[in-house]
Design a protein around this ligand. Structure first.
Ligand code: PLP
Length: 229
């Protein structure tokens, strides 16, 4: 077995354990393998180990990789989306995790209509309030979604990135607040937001304890990155 296959197996055991500890069904969260910066040959190993959902944070890099990997891979855009990359994103991603302004959502809907696509999307929320982070402020999410529920892009949930230096207590609090925000928005908007995309290699167990349905894990599968973006 390759290193990547081994790490995936160990990771899947940790995910199952974290879900069991939280009293959650074992199929209630999915692993998104974050393959940014890693070569197609590494992604192929993860594919051979059974993974199909991959996350990239640059649209161009995603487009190059989709062309070289099997058609049944599902690509998620998890990084900041620039306005001039929306069309390429719509052509390649089944889900965009990083919608954070009304203008971007309006553009996503317009281009999805033109491309005859119906991508799902999440609103990225800056739950910690860090100045350096992308994401809508929690107060703005309702207005952002309220005007745009008629698609064709389909809202499926909320996403957040926790600060790298947060303590476990702080992480519990931040992830719980994304869940609480979702629980408040559903009845107000009259729509379902089933997905909570939260948790990475260093904090996914805490995210699972707080209700994550999608965890975005890169380095725990593919190893350390020499650079990040
Ligand atoms: C890189 C990245 C991840 C994965 O981070 P790891 O620590 O390598 O697991 C998750 N989410 C986003 C938005 C990222 O940019």
């Amino acid at each position: 077995m390759t290193d990547i296959a081994n790490r995936i197996r160990q990771l899947q055991e940790r995910i199952q354990q974290a879900l069991a500890n939280a009293g959650r069904p074992l199929d209630s969260a999915r692993l998104l393998a974050v393959s940014k910066t890693f070569p197609v040959s590494d992604i192929r190993q993860a594919y051979d180990a059974g993974l199909r959902a991959f996350g990239e944070n640059r649209v161009q890099e995603m487009a190059e990789k989709t062309a070289q990997l099997p058609q049944d891979c599902q690509w998620h855009l998890i990084g900041h989306l620039q306005a001039n990359k929306v069309r390429l994103a719509v052509q390649h991603a089944v889900c965009i995790h990083s919608i954070d302004t009304p203008e971007l959502l309006e553009r996503l809907n317009r281009i999805a209509r033109e491309e005859n696509k119906a991508p799902s999307f999440m609103v990225e929320v800056n739950i910690s309030g860090e100045a350096s982070k992308f994401g809508a402020s929690p107060d703005h999410v309702e207005a952002l979604l309220a005007k745009h529920l008629d698609g064709p892009a389909r809202p499926c949930g909320l996403m957040t990135v926790a600060p790298a230096d947060a303590s476990p207590d702080e992480l519990h609090r931040l992830f719980a607040s994304l869940r609480i925000l979702r629980d408040q928005l559903e009845p107000r908007l009259g729509c379902q937001l089933p997905e909570l995309s939260m948790g990475m290699s260093g904090d996914f167990e805490i995210a699972l304890a707080e209700g994550a349905t999608v965890i975005r894990v890169g380095s725990a599968i593919f190893g350390g990155r020499t650079y990040t973006h």
